[in-house]
Design a protein around this ligand. Structure first.
Ligand SMILES: Cc1ncc(COP(=O)(O)O)c(C=O)c1O
Length: 409
């Protein structure tokens, strides 16, 4: 197939920094240095910039500035939240059980495995076939030994939105702490810790048009949530995350969060219309299974293409930057654990694509992407015995040997 121009539709993997973010960071990369811990004028200037950024990050989620702890990204925030809170709770004799969702990102599931190796027990709640999670199922997983519940309000692979308010109510009634991995949610769905009884929340700058390599953990101050730190050093960030604060990084994250607060509603309205356009285009290809829900976060569309082999599809798509499942599990070439938890057979999980949208994508880009997917799929289906069976009228359930209810677009 002819080579084509690069087209980036992988905004759930990372977003380009907004030009205003780059500008704000350049002030610190090009200008006078300053460590916010230093007492001289340059240090005080840096401290003021960090304080402003902390306020901007806090403002996006209705938190107080002192409730924000800088980290290197959502992976570190999740580790600090999960390991730090669970170990602190166990040391206080409160229990040794953690609840999460089977569909969480590896940055939550791997710390859960570390907790298991450390003697905790972990329950992973299964989703329905459309990726949704019933708050009652989370409630059923709680025991009198549960110290922490951790989940993502927006799933990174499917965009499915979790009923955080419904779950939070049940978790609080059970007395456990609630952690949100909001890497995909921040700037996309409303998050307000003044109304949501959330104790800990992970944020990542590069998922919302900030720089890579910086994130934050919200830690509720009233009532005070206590954590055992993972790192030991100079005592920065109240001892929770020692190390010199990278001024240019946090200034970039602050600006990204300020813009996210300002633009969230307009961004999501624009993305919802692009997402509908994308779904309509994909439906015209035929034989496309939706992995998720139509009312998910509009930045993610996850599909499986019937009668197509996943790796061959990705290689034919060439310079169309989309994901096969999550970027991280794609490296391991295992079928996505999220799609498997949603009951997709391996062959369908392997034949999945995540197209994710963001600022700067327009209708023409979506049309171009659909055209490239259509051409690749048509090419592969010509040689596909599976597609031949489907085209001859055999059902998807029988060809893929699955009882999972599937939504074919
Ligand atoms: C839901 C979720 N959590 C955590 C992460 C990890 O974020 P970071 O790259 O900031 O460590 C990601 C990134 O893909 C994500 O989507």
């Amino acid at each position: 197939m002819a080579r084509s121009e690069p087209l980036y539709l992988d905004y759930a993997a990372t977003t380009p920094p907004d030009p205003l973010v780059v500008e704000a960071m350049q002030v610190w990369l090009r200008g006078r240095p300053g460590n916010p811990a230093s007492r001289h004028a340059d240090g005080r200037r840096a401290a003021a910039a960090v304080a402003r950024a902390r306020g901007d990050v806090a403002g996006l989620i209705g938190a107080q500035p002192e409730e924000i702890v800088w980290t290197s990204g959502a992976t570190e925030s999740n580790n600090l939240a999960l390991l730090g809170a669970a170990r602190h709770q166990r040391a206080r004799g409160r229990g040794d059980h953690v609840v999460t969702l089977a569909t969480e990102h590896r940055a939550v599931l791997a710390p859960c495995e570390a907790l298991e190796a450390d003697g905790f027990s972990v329950t992973r709640v299964m989703p329905a076939a459309d990726g949704s999670v019933a708050p009652a199922d989370v409630a059923d997983a709680l025991t009198d030994r549960t110290v922490l519940v951790s989940l993502a309000p927006v799933n990174n692979e499917t965009g499915v939105i979790v009923d955080v308010a419904g779950i939070a109510e049940r978790v609080k009634a059970g007395g456990a702490l609630l952690h949100l991995d909001a890497a995909q949610a921040a700037g996309r769905v409303p998050l307000d810790v003044t109304t949501l009884p959330v104790d800990l929340m992970s944020l990542s700058a590069h998922k919302c048009y900030g720089p890579q390599g910086v994130g934050a953990l919200y830690v509720r101050s009233r009532p005070r949530v206590r954590l055992m730190p993972l790192l030991h050093g100079g005592g920065q960030e109240g001892g929770l995350r020692p190390g010199s604060v990278p001024v240019h990084q946090v200034v970039g994250m602050g600006e990204a969060c300020r813009l996210a607060g300002e633009r969230r509603v307009a961004d999501m309205t624009a993305l919802a219309s692009l997402r509908d356009h994308l779904l309509a285009g994909l439906a015209e290809i035929g034989g496309v299974v939706l992995n998720g829900r139509r009312d998910g976060s509009p930045h993610v569309v996850n599909i499986s293409l019937l009668g197509v082999q996943g790796e061959a599809l990705i290689s034919l798509l060439g310079d169309l930057a989309v994901s096969a499942g999550s970027a991280c599990s794609a490296a391991a070439r295992r079928p996505s654990h999220v799609l498997r938890a949603m009951g997709r057979p391996d062959a369908l999980a392997h034949a999945s694509l995540r197209v994710s949208l963001g600022r700067g994508v327009d209708v023409a880009d979506v049309g171009e992407a659909v055209g490239r997917i259509r051409a690749a799929v048509a090419h592969l289906r010509r040689f596909s015995p599976v597609w031949r069976r489907l085209a001859a009228g055999e059902s998807v359930a029988s060809v893929y040997a699955t009882a999972t209810p599937l939504t074919v677009l």
